[in-house]
Write a protein that binds this ligand. Structure first.
Ligand code: CO8
Length: 251
């Protein structure tokens, strides 16, 4: 597959790394990039050698949001058709394997929303997260208004959405939106190391856990509990569960 806006690296041990690569535009997410992201994730979904994926950008920026040049002058209907035609947003939310975002510099607007769609978000010290869409007369349209509320609470979420209030990595860590903050020089290795740990684990268990936790964000508690129950019992029929429990009991 020829890629122009992404670089794929393979640090081995079941991990693949996707690097957003539009350096002159701070990795702004245009339809080409989102289309390529969709295709790459579809390929990774089928690839048994890949068990976890790290998504990153550059030191300067994870991503500065949707591509404003591309959005300029588009009607609501044209934007909707454009978003429907690219597979990136859908692919990331439907991807069954764990995704870890390693963000540095800034993650703005759609860039923050992409980071929030990953299962685990790690950040370099000082990384700035913000939803500045209000400055352009719109709102976050890729889940931002919904995904930040559980972690930040309504009042801070409102400040971010209605007034573009930034959130630095350190505060994001305190709030639980980010799981780790490390020096910029270490962020990629930190995320890759964690991804390798996941890749070495029982894959059915990791993926079921991912789906269940994501349900908690997307559904009511009642629906989430029902989903967890459905995901729980089939795991007893997997070879991994039999092997790991046997190993525990028989030392
Ligand atoms: N889109 C397109 N181009 C961009 C973007 C962007 N989001 N951000 C930066 N660029 C480009 C600039 O146009 C400029 O290009 P050129 O060199 O050709 O003039 C280049 O990157 C460098 O930018 P600056 O000169 O502005 O560099 P600075 O260091 O002064 O500032 C910033 C960098 C802070 C990143 C600044 O460019 C900025 O504020 N960018 C816009 C950030 C923003 O508003 N993001 C939100 C966009 S809207 C959105 O994300 C909606 C998501 C909805 C998703 C819906 C899916 C369903």
């Amino acid at each position: 597959m020829t890629l122009e806006t992404l670089i794929i690296e393979n640090p081995a041990d079941g991990v693949a790394l996707i690097r957003l690569n539009r350096p002159r535009q701070y990795n702004a997410l245009n339809s080409q990039l989102l289309g390529e992201l969709g295709k790459v994730l579809a390929e990774f979904e089928q690839d048994d050698a890949i068990a976890a994926v790290v998504i990153t950008g550059s030191d300067k920026a994870f991503a500065a949001g949707a591509d404003i040049v591309e959005m300029l002058g588009k009607s609501g209907a044209e934007m909707s058709a454009m978003i429907d035609s690219v597979t990136g947003w859908r692919a990331i939310s439907e991807f069954s394997k764990p995704t870890i975002c390693a963000a540095s510099g800034m993650a703005l607007g759609g860039g923050f929303e992409l980071a929030l769609q990953c299962d685990v978000l790690m950040a370099a010290e000082g990384t700035k997260f913000a939803l500045p869409e209000v400055n352009l007369g719109v709102i976050p349209g890729a889940g931002g208004t919904q995904r930040i509320v559980a972690a930040l609470g309504k009042s801070l979420a409102m400040e971010m959405v209605m007034n573009a209030r930034p959130l630095l990595a350190e505060e994001a860590l305190q709030r639980g939106i980010v799981s780790r903050v490390v020096p910029a020089a270490d962020i990629e290795n930190e995320a890759i190391g964690f991804a390798k740990q996941l890749a070495a684990r029982a894959s059915h268990s990791v993926r079921a856990g991912k789906q269940c936790v994501n349900k908690a964000v997307l559904t009511t508690l009642e629906q989430g509990l029902a989903f967890e129950r459905e995901a729980f019992f089939p795991l007893f029929d997997t070879d991994d569960a039999k092997r790991l429990m046997d190993a525990f009991v028989n030392k």
